[in-house]
Design a protein around this ligand. Structure first.
Ligand SMILES: Cc1cc2nc3c(=O)[nH]c(=O)nc-3n(C[C@H](O)[C@H](O)[C@H](O)COP(=O)(O)OP(=O)(O)OC[C@H]3O[C@@H](n4cnc5c(N)ncnc54)[C@H](O)[C@@H]3O)c2cc1C
Length: 362
């Protein structure tokens, strides 16, 4: 008999990444998009349901974003104990509303979280990945969906690396952002869109987030935000004049903030809903959450808290009333729609010269 002493057997269990071929054919819920909305929905859904999350990008993903998380978002994330690594300096940030057209400035003590969006997304992705009832697949794209003959199931058509697979699901949830395919296939008009361009420039000396209104640059807003070692200089712009307007904005920022040099460029589309008509929570067995539903602030472009809250409401709806999840979701999401309704008013104030001046002077 041999006695093995001091023998350490290292067993490394490698869980292979799911791909199109290895996916099951049927799920209770298919979620399109593994951003803030998609991952938080997967995290909050009951383990009774078999869930598939699909993203067209490589996960964990990179998304152009300033990563400011407002109070409503903080409240949802705090119970999951976010690691310190997702924060950038200064971790808690105050806001300065700066109207460059009328030379007005107002500071508000907000204490929003200043996160590294890539790290925040990675953490959320890992929270979803840990759930045994959730399969996640990346580099796979939703290209179409349709109701099955029984009208109770949806045939979801996915494409990856030239291969196509049909998945059968009870529900489909579009968490697929500003350019939502789910919304498009439903035949619902997208809200107005802007191009958000940002440049991350190595610089010091800025320690508040500046939300800037400058009519020469955009009818929405621009920003200068400290992010650790760099400063995020960005603007939400009319797609037809984006490059030229960004260059003009950068020149102004250089002078006002004494910043020089070139940084890393990034951009993405940004939705700006105009009225409650742009907020669409779904149809029959298809739900929309986050920016795909039009849930983003029309005044500040703040969308992370809306993505998280709508995802939580959709998860609650499935957990409470799977049979009629959409009606339940519409009930749950009422406070979100109400909050946005107030913001539509604020958005018209911000776009109106005299009203904005009055607001800044209050
Ligand atoms: C430059 C910029 C700065 C911003 N700054 C802030 C900020 O500081 N604070 C804030 O709160 N908000 C900010 N926002 C808005 C915020 O980023 C979004 O509102 C938020 O990420 C929306 O989350 P979501 O999960 O709904 O969609 P997204 O985060 O956009 O995720 C959608 C996902 O769906 C995937 N997808 C899309 N189509 C398909 C398909 N057909 N098949 C499979 N997958 C698909 C995409 O790959 C993506 O990963 C900013 C946006 C931009 C562009």
């Amino acid at each position: 008999m041999f006695i093995f002493r001091n023998l350490v057997i290292l067993v490394v269990v490698i869980v292979p990444k799911k791909n199109l071929e290895s996916l099951d054919i049927g799920y209770d819920i298919v979620v399109i998009g593994a951003g803030a909305a998609g991952c938080f929905l997967a995290k909050n859904i009951s383990s009774n349901y078999k869930v598939l999350v699909v993203d067209s990008r490589s996960l964990p993903r990179h998304k152009a974003c300033s990563g400011i998380v407002v109070r409503q978002g903080k409240e949802l994330l705090e119970p999951f104990r976010p690691p310190e690594s997702i924060f950038l300096k200064p971790k808690e940030i105050h806001i300065v509303y700066s109207d460059w057209t009328h030379k007005l400035e107002r500071e508000i003590q907000k204490g929003f979280w200043n996160t590294d969006r890539e790290k925040l997304d990675k953490w959320l992705y890992e929270l979803a990945l840990k759930k045994e009832n959730v399969d996640i697949i990346d580099n796979a794209k939703l290209i179409d969906f349709n109701y099955a003959e029984d009208k109770k199931h949806i045939v979801v058509v996915l494409e990856s690396n030239g291969g196509v697979k049909n998945i059968i699901s009870n529900y489909l949830v579009g968490c697929d952002g500003a350019l939502s395919t789910v919304r498009q296939v439903l035949g619902v008009k997208p809200p107005k869109r802007y191009v958000a361009i940002q440049e991350l420039i190595k610089a010091k000396g800025v320690n508040k987030a500046y939300f800037i209104f400058d009519e020469e640059i955009t009818d929405w807003y621009a920003w200068v935000i400290p992010k650790g070692e760099v400063i995020d200089v960005g603007a939400a712009l009319d797609p037809f004049k984006a490059r030229e307007k960004f260059a003009q904005f950068k020149e102004k920022v250089k002078q006002k903030f004494k910043i020089s040099g070139k940084g890393f460029f990034d951009s993405a589309m940004l939705t700006r809903p105009q009225s409650v008509k742009d907020l669409v929570l779904g149809e029959k067995r298809v739900l929309l959450a986050g920016e795909a539903a039009g849930l983003i602030s029309p005044s500040s472009g703040e969308g992370i808290s809306f993505a998280l809250r709508s995802a939580k409401f959709a998860a609650n709806a499935f957990n409470k009333n799977f049979k009629d999840a959409l009606s339940e979701y519409k009930k749950e999401a009422k406070p979100l729609v109400e909050r946005l309704n107030n913001k539509f008013l604020k958005s018209t104030i911000i776009s109106n010269k005299q009203k904005r001046i009055n607001l800044m002077r209050e």
